[in-house]
Unconditional design. Structure first.
Ligand SMILES: Cc1ncc(C[n+]2csc(CCOP(=O)(O)OP(=O)(O)O)c2C)c(N)n1
Ligand SMILES: Cc1ncc(C[n+]2csc(CCOP(=O)(O)OP(=O)(O)O)c2C)c(N)n1
Ligand SMILES: [Mg+2]
Ligand SMILES: [Mg+2]
Lengths: 335, 324, 324, 335
């Protein structure tokens, strides 16, 4: 990795560690409330729920690289991104339960989190649909002559969609400040990248648009993610779009209705390899090799994150469901 | 001889029989192969028929639509799966401006014997982007055939008809109906395109529906029967070509009609049925024709309010009482 | 004071005034800039406002739609031109699943103050792929506003309303009407969204139309007037939100209605109007409600047969006589 | 140009020359009947008519490279392609007039010519829409294990459309026998390639799909077009898709409602440069440098092509218009 790295304090690294652990526990809790929970009042329901366990370093690291006035937009695998961007986990959890206190008032669900107050422009469930939206946000920044940039996550599977193609080209001809970060987990639902993509090195797709071919990085290493994304955002502010890739993995299969690891031995085998590169362990190893006497810090983080998730859950469950008035409001502005 | 099969398995058996019968028939779409199909309609097909005939595609709905059209023109008989009808919105041009126009535009030189299968329906907290039931929208356009079965038995016979037909067919399958069973005869049968069906007889009111609407209509009919109100339930089955003969015949007897659909209210299924009925059977109208539809909102995630927006049997009962 | 302006120039002047008034308003689309617009509505804008505010795009309808949505969410007020509504079919998902859903889905956090302009209409031998008038299809979906003016005066006031509104608006402009003039006041005026208009008063029959249908309805009314049949002509102007008040009021007076539209017949404009009317004014119906529409075929190139498929005033007259 | 060239006989070259001249005269006649003709019964009408004068070498040369059982598909600039593929110019002209004897019975018009009998799968008016169709035809050939290939013309402007992206990738993952021939006339309507495309070298787009980057050739030189396309078709039969480019120009502006050369001085200047590379003159110069005493041959071609176009025109004008029965037939097969 050629990028010059920032020197990061112990505090910062512990803070990131906390977030990785928090997000993982959040995802695990969602999993539990969906699959194990028996009490209907405490159950997460609905046909879609996409966990991102395994990809925390990519999500948290990239989001931490954003400035306050920068922007982030993504697809439906969005819980960790909301949390990393600073949205209260309580409100994120409440959205999982479809509660009025959720980030989208219970109307968006897990796939459609968003928090305007922190420039998190949402998760989107139509594969590729958010990519031009991100480009449009970047257009606004260029139009109004700021130096703010947009971070747009893209799944490896989404690269094959027309939305990506048209939006990437438009971003390039207009030299818009956007970093397209391919979250390459090597699979979309059950289709491997080699099965879906003629070009299996995502950054090479930049050539088709005359765009900067950004780096291809280890998405399990939050330091590498943070440093690279930060550098590319800065490049994008001045010069225009970049296409970069973080290699990562999803430990939980595609979504809740997913039986992938029952049915594809090759993917099961691959998973076990990636589990050895758990992003939490990668950062923990780095911390332990850099600093001494972390046990107390780590124990505190463990306790705090457990508590935060528990509080989020309690909050979500205690929150009111939306009512008829919510059902019919916000169809139009001012009507 | 017959078997009890879920709609999922009835569809699977239709596909399976047609794949065996005609090797020009092949399947393409997202996750249809190695993943066994998102809705498991193609379970086991990849292993049985191999990757040439069961083709996993990238997430490329425009190309799934367009490539299938080209293959159909060239003599194959693709069954392209769109996973859900929501994603077919990305293939709108491929289906409407290509599949549905090519036979006409080139004066019959080419045919497009293509089936686009897509899961439809909502009520499962799939939210605004994933809860479309836009069959009527597609059926606006001539050149396309649009069908949506209401039960496993019809599903099998209709899908076989669709695959054998030389026109492009949009075939939607209500997700909530996939697990529901019918008795499926072992002997082959076909349900012809453009034929509606009387699902229940009655003299007091005509209920017109398709897809899941039929289920609500039948439920409502059972409730009404307890009060000695006999509803006739007509399943149009195909939104295009639309067969109004049974609807008209029934209406001339009952003089009252409620239309039931899972779709949105405006410019939709109920609009067309009501418009045709009042025109063709004006002299038989004893009451306004009512429509029971989804509420006119994008669909929300939260279960409580989503269910408020969904049609159901008691809404149908209420509407029937208004026209009696 | 007023000027005689074609609809093309009336639209141009609306855009021009809004561009001057609010520098968040910008234009994007194919050929809108250096080429001065396919239909010359943006003539001179590139020179006057420069490439930042008048943005030529690649042939990328999905991105034109989606990028405009993002820019609107972020605070700009894009006027995205789709060249013709036919090409907007490629942006169906961007408009329906994004523009129209985002305000609701995120519980009001974002607004999408976006106008999609698109030329519509047929009758110019543009053939099957280029002859769509699918306004009713788009208007099926809540969250979107759909408008289509019938003359230059309305066009200016409606477009200004659309640009100032905080909701996504699909604004279609009938190509055949571009050259037709109205007197346009020099003073600013706005025609509010969701308000229909009585274009002609009469007691004998109600003609309901939008866009070019209004022209045929008015022509028919003139012909009918010679036989002392007075038609009331209602221009709904906005297909969504649909204002039925004037239609209902008129129908309660005339008890007869013919609906005129350039679109295809099935699951369309006339379907919805007829369905609503018979339900809301059943007691006032003295005859079946008739629809005059395009024929239910893909549109052909050859002039002779294309014209057969097009609605016209004499078809309207004929329908009126059937309901009198 | 690295491709091994076939040795071509004088007869072949004269035959090609005849076709170039025939297509040019055909286009000129269309132009005349649309703009100059006063008699309504002899006028071409309608809002669309896209002439390809200037691109004849690309169209004719590439089509001549096809085997009898190969296939060709294109966009709306399709007159020369139909004629080169062997469709009777009479039937092509009749379609311009919307006559029942036209290739599409008068129902398709100039943008929708097609001739199933010679495997010309049509012109298509939705930009990009025909690209997946071509891929589908190639899929059929691979599925049925022939060695036939598909030639798919693509405008430079169409490359920015999602259809191209999705279809190109699909062709590559399935290794389908198709040559994507970018007809690069450097403009789409009034938008120059530099204004519309982040990547201005079309063949580089192949990299985004892991596809063979084919040659970039002089589209004004029919020998080069023929030889290269032939070689790439043969490659595609065995190996899968290729993306290649022919640089050419349209002398007549985009379409009949086009005022381009009135309004853009840069394009007017560019046109005058390209007119010096008229494909007819390029082949004529080659013929004259290769063979002696061509005057009689060329004069004969001149007379014959004039006559052929006149006959086509007479035929078209004399042909019957379609009637109500045509209007309502072929909406569906068998209904
Ligand atoms: C347009 C569209 N097509 C299909 C789907 C169904 N779908 C949801 S997620 C997904 C896979 C996406 O894969 P990728 O982009 O790699 O993201 P990942 O799930 O790996 O994070 C598919 C096919 C969809 N939501 N939208
Ligand atoms: C989807 C779509 N968008 C826009 C148009 C309008 N249009 C017709 S031709 C054209 C330019 C195409 O340029 P190119 O592909 O370079 O082909 P050329 O005309 O140069 O041969 C455009 C924008 C269309 N027909 N279809
Ligand atoms: Mg993935
Ligand atoms: Mg071009």
């Amino acid at each position: 990795m050629a990028t010059k790295t920032e020197s990061l304090t112990k505090e910062t690294l512990l803070d990131w560690y906390r977030e990785l652990v928090l997000v993982r526990k959040f995802e695990d809790q969602c999993h539990h409330q969906y699959f194990e929970e028996k009490d209907p009042a405490r159950k997460i329901t609905g046909v879609y729920l996409h966990l991102a366990s395994g990809s925390e370093a990519t999500h948290v690291g990239a989001v931490k690289a954003l400035g306050k006035d920068d922007h982030v937009i993504t697809a439906y695998r969005d819980h960790g991104i909301a949390i990393a961007r600073g949205t209260d986990p309580k409100r994120v959890m409440a959205e999982m339960f479809g509660k009025r206190t959720g980030t989208s008032g219970g109307k968006g669900g897990s796939m459609h989190l968003a928090d305007r107050s922190v420039n998190f422009w949402g998760g989107y469930a139509i594969v590729g649909g958010h990519i031009p939206l991100g480009v449009g946000i970047a257009l606004k920044e260029k139009y109004t002559k700021t130096k703010n940039a947009v971070l747009c996550f893209i799944g490896d599977g989404a690269l094959n969609n027309g939305y990506f193609h048209e939006a990437a080209n438009m971003a390039q001809i207009w030299r818009l400040p956007i970093v397209f970060l391919v979250e390459n987990n090597f699979v979309g639902m059950g289709t491997r990248i080699e099965e879906s993509s003629g070009q299996t090195q995502p950054t090479k797709r930049a050539i088709g648009y005359g765009m900067k071919e950004g780096p291809s990085i280890d998405g399990q290493n939050i330091l590498e993610v943070y440093n690279t994304v930060k550098a590319e955002l800065d490049w994008a502010r001045e010069n225009g779009p970049v296409l970069m890739e973080a290699k990562t993995y999803r430990f939980e299969g595609h979504g809740v209705s997913d039986k992938l690891y029952d049915s594809r031995d090759d993917l099961k085998a691959e998973l076990s390899v990636w589990e050895k590169r758990d992003p939490i362990n990668v950062l923990r190893a780095h911390l332990e090799s850099s600093f001494k006497n972390l046990d107390k810090d780590l124990a505190k983080i463990d306790a705090e994150t457990t508590q935060a998730v528990q509080e989020a859950l309690d909050f979500a469950i205690a929150s009111p469901a939306p009512d008829y008035n919510d059902l019919i409001s916000h169809v139009y502005v001012g009507m | 001889m017959s078997k009890n099969l879920s709609m999922r398995d009835a569809l699977r058996s239709a596909l399976h029989e047609e794949m065996l019968r005609d090797d020009r028939v092949f399947i393409m779409g997202e996750e249809v192969g190695r993943w066994n199909g998102t809705h498991k309609v193609t379970r086991g097909f990849f292993d049985e028929f191999g990757p040439e005939r069961v083709r996993d595609t990238p997430i490329s709905e425009m190309a799934i639509g367009g490539v299938a059209v080209g293959a159909a023109m060239a003599g194959l008989r693709p069954v392209a799966e769109m996973m859900t009808i929501n994603f077919a919105l990305l293939a709108f041009d491929a289906i409407i401006n290509h599949a549905a126009k090519i036979h006409y535009m080139f004066n019959g030189q080419f045919t497009v014997p293509l089936v686009i299968r897509a899961a439809t329906g909502w009520g499962n907290q799939a939210t605004a982007t994933h809860s479309h039931t836009p069959e009527p929208i597609w059926a606006h356009f001539p050149g396309l055939i649009v069908g949506c079965p209401s039960n496993a038995y019809d599903a099998k016979g209709m899908l076989k008809a669709a695959i054998r037909d030389d026109n492009p067919v949009l075939f939607t399958e209500v997700i909530a109906l996939y697990p529901k069973p019918s008795q499926i005869p072992d002997d082959e049968y076909i349900i012809p395109i453009g034929k509606s069906d009387v699902k229940r007889q009655g003299d007091d009111v005509t209920l017109v529906a398709y897809g899941r609407g039929v289920e609500w209509a039948l439920e409502a009919a059972n409730i009404l029967a307890k009060e000695d109100i006999q509803a006739e339930v007509i399943d149009v089955r195909w939104l295009r070509p639309l067969d109004m003969s049974a609807v008209l015949e029934s209406f001339k007897k009952t003089n009252r009609c409620v239309i039931v659909e899972e779709s949105l209210p405006m410019y939709s299924f109920g609009s067309e049925i009501a418009a045709q009925l009042q025109e063709a059977a004006f002299d038989y109208m004893d009451a306004p024709i009512k429509r029971v539809t989804a509420m006119d909102v994008p669909l929300p995630f939260a279960r409580e309010i989503e269910l408020m927006a969904l049609p159901n049997a008691s809404k149908v009962v209420k509407a029937v009482k208004e026209v009696l």
